[in-house]
Design a protein around this ligand. Structure first.
Ligand code: BG6
Length: 470
């Protein structure tokens, strides 16, 4: 690989991304209420369990709630220019439908944001990342109900008001398309037997689209120089073969994700949505004025996560499949996989950037990318995570190429710069960080922070503004 050939924009936002529920712990401290994430000890893919015996690793997580100063100092040492985190909704509105916010929760985020600003690290805030108040889920069925729009809007307005002048980058919902796959995590929804699952999921998505547009409106009103984006889990769909049937199946696979971007970025449902709804017996209930809200308040930028691509076949039966971020697909014979079976595809990121930019012509922000791996703590506190460095290097070199292709990219925040709880499985063993955290899958460990080999590598990448990826 040649060095010094990569050019990133001058003010490119290098950093890392986490989510409140995967790092903070302190799950019932300072007035925090229970969230949907608090009752998923084995992550999104596991069962909902409201406090059986045993320790939930996520309830303590990596104790970022108490150790954020130490951790932010390490991010600053790496040269972070931004840091993406989310605000735990239940720290601000413990049940979700209160009229007034919990001041103690707001104070925590004030201290956290001030700590970032102390080091000139730009906060990038996700308003809702995979956790809504369990109270809203129980009382109203989560995002099934329009009532939740009002609660979310109140929550978002409190944040814009409180962090005005401090936070310029916002995102409304993390990986909003998760609703189509995991309705409890995406929307606090439990689908009952006999219900039309898609009807419920897309009605809830409609409520989130309206809520997202209302948050865009409120954000622009409160903080005129702010930028507020959507956030998609983007997993490009490749046709398994060049058979036209496979190509069309891949197109439909793309639309499955991009409908969520189309509504938020273009300000309305795409033409293909009508047929999709018809085929799935989905009839959306909309209120007069919803169309106008969506149309009037599209997002400013497209945030997305990218970990992998997937292959799609018109006839998947009997074909080898792979695991993946939210969902997998048919195995692509050209790609290797991570230890967790996610297919590794750096060029897919260049493809993703070009496709999204062609489609939306709005700035993009890669807000998650990284390799989940089982690191080994060796003697003298060494963690030789060359596999992670290789993964990131290869992806970043494709990012640089996409920028040369003409893509307008705001920044790059790799996922989990410090080890955290896995969203899909609740494990600690699946690590993404430049900083190791001493804790295991059953929640034991000192929580000590240890720099991995990738720590100095990423520091050098940022210091060279991406020109040195070696
Ligand atoms: C994304 C989520 O889907 O992938 C994160 O936004 C999540 O919350 C990340 O942690 C990686 O997934 P996992 O399952 O390895 O934690």
């Amino acid at each position: 690989m040649q060095s010094n050939t990569y050019t990133f924009p001058k003010n490119f936002l290098w950093g890392g991304a986490v989510a409140a529920n995967q790092v903070e712990g302190a799950f019932l401290e300072d007035g925090k209420g229970l969230s949907t994430a608090d009752v998923l000890p084995h992550g999104i893919t596991g069962p909902i369990m409201e406090f059986p015996e045993g320790k939930y690793p996520s309830h303590e997580a990596i104790d970022f709630y108490h150790r954020y100063k130490e951790d932010i100092a390490l991010f600053a040492e790496m040269g972070f220019r931004c840091f993406r985190t989310s605000i735990a909704w239940t720290r601000i509105f413990p049940e979700g439908d209160e009229e007034l916010p919990n001041e103690e929760g707001l104070h925590f985020y004030e201290r956290l944001i001030d700590e970032l600003l102390k080091y000139n690290i730009e906060p990038v805030i996700t308003i809702s990342h995979y956790e809504m108040p369990l109270g809203l889920a129980k009382k109203y069925g989560g995002w099934r109900s329009r009532k939740t729009i009002e609660c979310y809007e109140r929550f978002a307005k409190v944040l814009f008001d409180r962090f005005r002048g401090k936070v310029k980058y916002w995102m409304t919902f993390n990986e909003i398309n998760i609703l189509a796959h995991y309705p409890f995590t995406g929307g606090g929804i439990i689908v009952q037997e006999g219900e039309n699952k898609k009807q419920i999921q897309y009605q809830a998505a409609h409520h989130q689209f309206v809520a997202s547009a209302l948050a865009v409106k409120a954000c622009h009103e409160a903080i005129p120089d702010a930028k507020i984006g959507c956030m998609l889990a983007y997993i490009p769909a490749y046709p398994l073969t060049s058979a036209p049937e496979d190509v069309f199946a891949a197109l439909q696979g793309e639309r499955e994700i991009l409908m969520f971007g189309d509504v938020q970025a273009r300000g309305g449902y795409p033409s293909y949505a009508a047929q999709f709804f018809k085929e799935n017996n989905v009839v959306l209930e909309m209120e007069p004025g919803d169309d106008l809200i969506l149309k009037s308040h599209p997002v400013d930028f497209i945030g997305f996560s990218y970990y992998m691509s997937r292959a799609v076949s018109a006839n998947p039966e009997g074909k080898e499949t792979t695991a993946g971020n939210l969902f997998g697909g048919v195995k692509n014979p050209y790609l290797p996989s991570s230890e967790w079976g996610w297919q590794i595809d750096p060029i897919g990121l260049r493809i993703a950037l070009n496709l999204l930019y062609d489609r939306y012509q709005k700035p993009l922000f890669i807000v998650e990318n990284g390799l989940g791996a089982a690191d080994i703590l060796e003697v003298d506190d060494m963690i030789n995570d060359d596999y992670r460095i290789n993964y990131l290097r290869e992806h970043l070199s494709e990012v640089a190429k996409a920028i040369q292709d003409g893509v307008d990219l705001i920044g790059y925040t790799s996922w989990g710069p410090i080890d955290l709880i896995s969203a899909s499985t609740g494990e600690m063993k699946k690590r993404y960080g430049y900083i190791y955290v001493d804790k295991d899958n059953v929640g034991e460990g000192s929580l000590r922070r240890i720099k991995k080999k990738s720590f100095s590598w990423y520091k050098k990448v940022i210091a060279s503004n991406g020109s040195d990826l070696d």
